[in-house]
Design a protein around this ligand. Structure first.
Ligand SMILES: C[S@@+](CC[C@H](N)C(=O)[O-])C[C@H]1O[C@@H](n2cnc3c(N)ncnc32)[C@H](O)[C@@H]1O
Length: 310
């Protein structure tokens, strides 16, 4: 079956399931958008590619996306979209403990690079990290110097490790379920690094972000490479202050959010879209158990007003 046939069959079944009759025009609009945005449901496996700063990353065939930005460079993306906007290096100077929630451990790049810089600034600070990952890979390309050693060390310590300076655990499985296992944890930084919202919507919904909100310190920062309207709108509905991180090469700005701390402003053009664009409504997953394609289809049906927004 081709991808198009798969998505067509999926859409017919889904509309039956929710009892919605779409006319031909509506059906072809939603199918066209699914073809544009959805992941490749039947693909699997990964391939290795170079990124622009000379580091390697993998492309995940199912998502049709790299784990890190090829145009920005994997290391540069980690530093500019995650580490700097999260302000953990400033906190590392004065704190005894830094807490990180790492959503999408992937190849461990974000975490390895963060640990390297945190301990360079303050070798005594203790770092506590909870990571989430549903697909832990075996043959991970190692980061180049100066991160190679710490990256290798970290990968050797998966899925769980503790000493005086590091408490680290990867929760293996769907983050929507696993995140409920961590109780009394208030993160200084949340590295929200799933694949892009249309491809991996289950980790960008109002409901999942609300679980993340319960686990972030009021002055902590939620950071991501994504500037998706749906995601920013969900954060706003959850009462986060929402701002932009810097543009990087051809990559758009990322997002920085905090419940109480100041965030850099969003420019006027982006603000206008957030208010006016029909795409500026959150992904929804009331049961925290919906299939990703169902979450995307429900979103598209609301964007195109075949379903009321909620
Ligand atoms: C963009 S990659 C993360 C890259 C990673 N932060 C790094 O620095 O190497 C996204 C990751 O999210 C994981 N993921 C996607 N959906 C998930 C889910 N529902 N639960 C847990 N992990 C998920 C994928 O397996 C993938 O490893």
């Amino acid at each position: 079956m081709t991808r198009e046939e798969y998505l067509q069959r999926f859409l017919e079944d889904y509309l039956k399931k929710i009892g919605l009759n779409l006319d031909n025009e509506g059906f072809s609009i939603i199918l066209r958008e699914l073809n544009r945005f959805a992941y490749n449901p039947e693909e699997e496996g990964v391939e290795v590619v170079y990124t622009s700063d000379g580091s390697l990353t993998l492309i995940h065939r199912k998502y049709g996306e790299p784990y890190h930005s090829q145009t920005a460079g994997a290391i540069r993306e980690t530093i500019w979209k995650f580490i700097k906007p999260s302000r953990i290096l400033e906190k590392a100077k004065t704190r005894e403990v830094i807490r990180i929630l790492d959503i999408g451990f992937g190849l461990g790049y974000n975490l390895a690079i963060a640990l390297k810089h945190i301990w360079e600034i303050n070798p005594h600070v203790r770092v506590e990290v909870f990571s989430f990952e549903k697909e832990l890979l075996q043959d991970v390309p190692l980061l180049p110097e100066p991160y190679r050693e710490i990256h290798k060390w970290l990968l050797d310590k998966t899925p769980e490790y503790e000493d005086e300076r590091l408490k680290f655990k990867i929760f293996l499985g769907d983050a929507r379920k696993e995140i409920r296992k961590i109780g009394n944890f208030k993160a200084d930084a949340v590295f929200h690094d799933a694949f892009s919202p249309y491809k991996n919507p289950e980790l960008w919904t109002l409901e999942f972000l609300s679980l993340v909100k319960e686990r972030i310190d009021e002055y902590g920062y939620w950071v991501s490479y994504s500037s998706s309207l749906a995601v920013r709108k969900a954060l706003i509905l959850l009462k986060f202050k929402v701002g932009s991180s810097k543009e990087l090469g051809r990559k758009r700005k990322g997002t920085v959010a905090s419940l109480k701390a100041n965030v850099p402003p969003i420019d006027e053009d982006e603000l206008r879209k957030l208010v006016l664009s029909p795409f500026s409504i959150p992904f929804r997953d009331e049961t925290l158990n919906s299939e990703p394609l169902e979450i995307l289809t429900d979103y598209l049906l609301r964007v195109y007003k075949y379903l009321p927004n909620r």
